[in-house]
Design a protein around this ligand. Structure first.
Ligand code: HEM
Length: 402
């Protein structure tokens, strides 16, 4: 991995932030630090704006009237000309349409649903972790994280056990491939498979409703009385699947990796010197699974002395904002006791992650299970990074729990 600390500003400017391999080949910690200091609002040679300071990222998040999500909210769709789900999926819809769908999702993910889910999640986490705490090397990503995150979101959506392995494979192909050079068409194909699968699930639930989130979305009656269409339900279930599986899986894996590197920090958590709540927040800040989000400028804007034109793509790098030294003390130190910790791992403003409560719950339950069964954790071999310009994380994490 190339350390960007030794590179000149000119060399840094040429690093291709669109190419998924960049995020595997380079350690970008120094790049972000230099950008925050010297070029915080920077036009990348591939034609999009790169914002790296916490305050700038927050100000764009807060301003959907000037920076819209309906042209897409990640680089891959924004640079391809738009997102086909615009207007039908929460994350890529603004204004009244967004408020209408968001109310439906908030209702479907309400605390009562969460507390019923937590019981099952707790039992699953305890069992998975206990089984692995034998002193033998194993892959935490495959044996624990995948089962926990996919299991949880599938429980919530009422997806049968037998379909989960296939969904996980498609999800990985769509977003977290660990193969260099996997093409965008492979990802598109996997996304199409997931959408077809979810369309069938929605049809089934229309015929026979259950107590799951899909049935809740079908039954939801917004204030305007107009129920969600099948297309809206399918796209939003797809969002739940991505958020519920991918981002949660990556944060769990990054958390265990962080503790492998800092056994002293794990001892403090184990001893109860640090709360699970603050540990969860620091793991999220440290991992920042959604490295960036994107917006499109609705009109020309003067931003910190730069002219952003109408239609320009603006990327907000959460992964840099979460290490901004003007907001976080010793930002490059993993400190589970960190207070305050106003990280941007879940975004900010009107599109703030609707599954944040579930993401936190999953991570907290996993940490409690680890605390109950694992005295020490250590890396057994090098972990394997995913190839993505959006998702930060690993597809394999060989470890030993004792
Ligand atoms: C939105 C991150 C877990 C569903 C977002 C956004 C971020 C994010 C950064 C903002 C996107 C934007 O502004 O364009 C994460 C992380 C998670 C996580 C790091 C786990 C640790 C979840 C879970 C679910 C979920 C568990 C579903 C149950 C969504 C949805 C949106 C969203 C539907 C769109 C919200 C909107 O546009 O109003 N997430 N997420 N996420 N997330 Fe999550």
């Amino acid at each position: 991995m190339i350390d960007t600390a030794g590179l000149t500003m000119r060399e840094l400017r040429e690093i291709d932030l669109l190419d998924p391999s960049t995020f595997v080949d380079y350690d970008l910690t120094s790049l972000w630090r230099t950008m925050r200091r010297e070029a915080p609002v920077y036009r990348h040679p591939r034609g999009f704006w790169v914002l790296t300071r916490y305050a700038d990222v927050v100000s764009v998040y807060k301003d959907p009237t000037r920076f819209g999500s309906d042209g897409g909210n990640v680089l891959s769709t924004l640079t391809a000309g738009g997102d086909s789900a615009a207007g039908s999926m929460l994350a890529v819809t603004d204004g009244a349409g967004h408020r209408r769908m968001r109310a439906a999702l908030v209702d479907a993910l309400r605390p009562r649903t969460m507390s019923a889910l937590a019981e099952r999640l707790r039992a699953r986490a305890l069992e998975l972790v206990r089984r692995m705490a034998s002193g033998e090397p194993f892959d935490f990503a495959a044996e624990v994280a995948e089962r926990l995150s996919m299991g949880t979101i599938c429980d919530l959506m009422g997806v049968p056990e037998g379909d989960r392995a296939q969904l996980l494979e498609w999800n990985k192909e769509a977003l977290s491939s660990d193969t260099r050079g996997a093409t965008e068409s492979d990802a598109l194909l996997a996304r199409a498979e997931i959408l077809t699968y979810l369309t069938e699930v929605v049809q089934e639930r229309r015929e026979s409703a259950g107590t799951d989130v899909v049935s809740e979305l079908i039954a939801h009656r917004p204030d305007d009385g107009r129920p969600l269409t099948d297309e809206e339900i399918v796209y939003n279930c797809y969002s739940l699947l991505i958020g519920g599986d991918e981002s949660s899986r990556m944060s769990a894996i990054c958390g265990v990796l962080a503790f492998c590197a800092r056994p002293d920090a794990w001892r403090r958590v184990r001893a109860g010197d640090v709360s699970i709540e603050s540990t969860v927040e620091e793991v999220l800040r440290w991992a920042t699974p959604a490295m960036h989000v994107g917006r499109r400028a609705r009109r020309a804007v003067d931003f910190r002395g730069q002219r952003i034109d109408e239609g320009d793509v603006v990327t907000l790098w959460n992964i840099s904002a979460n290490r901004d030294e003007t907001v976080f003390q010793a930002p490059d130190t993993f400190d589970p006791a960190r207070q305050p910790n106003r990280h941007l791992a879940f975004g900010y403003g009107p599109h703030f992650c609707v599954g944040a409560q579930l993401g936190r719950l999953e991570l907290g339950i996993l940490l409690e299970a680890l605390r109950a069964s694992v005295e020490e954790m250590a890396l057994a071999r090098e972990p394997k990074r995913v190839y993505s310009n959006f998702l930060f994380g690993y597809s394999a994490l060989p470890v030993v729990f004792s």
